[in-house]
Every structure is written in structure tokens, then in C-alpha cells.
Write a protein that binds this ligand. Structure first.
Ligand code: 5GP
Length: 198
């Protein structure tokens, strides 16, 4: 009998700005090179060191609004004063090809994807405290004071959304948080592969 194709996994990681979700996602991508990372579109301006097509596709508000009208987005949201969105095409093509996909989304996007793909696995990254979050955002030095305040003011509301996620990881110690994320990925893969074999 031919081998059954493995069930692809759609994994969504969310958390407040400064929670460390970007670092944890990067570590997961390095550990699982076959995992497809969906590069989002955004209307925010690139930070120092960011390149178009790597961290994001940087587009104008006009372009973004046109893509919304064209129905190009699987999900999109206005976050911290800018638009961010995931295009359907790349995600669907990867899942149809049996590849696992990683999405790093804000909590609105996370909720939307879970509604569209109830089988998606959602993971929320929680910082140890709001004080620590504030220190981390300030320390990383990627945002100006206005952007930092906007991000911090959204954090309490974002933290309340943790309850709708399948998993919550406390990102106190990076290595430990990463081990948990990898464990979730591997466990969810094995659950899917077992059910496929039944
Ligand atoms: P940043 O500006 O720090 O790169 O991202 C701001 C927020 O937007 C983060 O919470 C990030 O996860 C989220 N984000 C990035 N891409 C997308 C996307 O395609 N859709 C949604 N809903 N949020 C996104």
C-alpha cells in the first residue's frame, strides 16, 4: 500500500510586542528547516536591517487596500496603527503541498485563522510581566517612543486574548520557552500522523 501523505500542520504564534515571539519563531524555523514561514505584507516602514521579502513585504496603504478589495488576504488586521496581512495563495499552496506553515500574527489574526482553519494550532507567548515587556521593547531599540507607547498600551488587552489559544508559553527563559514550542510542534505533528494512519 502506498504511504499515506503526512498531515500538514498550520501553527500560529502570537503575543504582545516584546514578548519574544519573533525570536522563538526564528529558533523554530532554524530547528525545522522544512517549516514554511509565511512572509506577511505590512504598511509599516522597514526597521533598520529589515529587507523587503524577508521580514515582510513592505507596501503602501493604497496597495494594501487594493489587495483587501481583491480578496487576496487570508486574514489582515490593523495593529499598532499599521496594516498587516497574510496572503491566501502562499499559505494554501504550501498546505496543499503537504508542508507545515508557521504564521506569526497579532491576536486578531490568530483568532481569524483559527475560525478559518479550526485544525490550526495556536500558541500564545506570554512575557513574565508588563514591566519586563516594557524593558524588552525599550532595550531592543527598534521603535521610537510613540511606537513603544502604542505597543505597551495594547499589551493588557492582548494578554487577555491568551485564553483563546491552544497553548500558552511563559517566555521567562528563552531556551526553556523554545523547548516548549518545539515540543508542541513535535507533539502536534505526531498526533496528526497517528490519526492519518488509523
Ligand atoms: P512588528 O511591527 O513588530 O513586526 O509586528 C507588529 C505585530 O503585527 C506583531 O504582533 C506581529 O505578530 C503582527 N503581525 C505580523 N504579520 C502579521 C499578519 O500578517 N497579520 C496579522 N494579523 N498580524 C501580523
Amino acid at each position: 500500500m502506498p504511504a499515506q501523505p503526512l498531515q500538514p500542520l498550520l501553527i500560529v504564534v502570537s503575543g504582545p510586542s516584546g514578548s519574544g515571539k519573533g525570536t522563538l519563531c526564528k529558533m523554530l524555523r532554524e530547528a525545522v528547516p522544512d517549516l514554511v514561514y509565511s512572509v506577511s505584507l505590512t504598511t509599516r516602514t522597514p526597521r533598520h536591517g529589515e529587507s523587503n521579502g524577508v521580514e515582510y513585504y513592505f507596501v503602501s496603504r493604497e496597495e494594501f487596500l487594493k489587495l483587501i478589495d481583491a480578496g487576496d488576504f487570508l486574514e489582515w488586521a490593523e495593529v499598532y496603527g499599521h496594516y498587516y496581512g497574510t496572503q491566501c495563495s502562499a499559505v494554501e499552496a504550501s498546505l496543499n503541498a503537504g508542508k507545515d506553515v508557521l504564521l506569526e500574527l497579532d491576536v486578531q489574526g490568530g483568532q481569524m485563522v483559527k475560525e478559518i482553519f479550526p485544525q490550526a494550532v495556536t500558541v500564545f507567548i506570554r512575557p513574565p510581566s508588563l514591566e519586563e515587556l516594557s524593558e524588552r521593547i525599550t532595550r531592543r531599540g527598534t521603535d521610537d517612543a510613540v511606537a513603544i507607547n502604542m505597543r505597551l498600551s495594547c499589551a493588557p488587552e492582548e494578554l487577555r486574548a491568551a485564553k483563546i489559544y491552544d497553548y500558552v508559553i511563559n517566555n521567562d527563559l528563552k531556551e526553556q520557552a523554545f523547548a516548549e514550542l518545539l515540543n508542541i510542534y513535535e507533539r502536534e505533528k505526531s498526533i496528526r500522523n497517528q490519526s492519518k494512519g488509523e
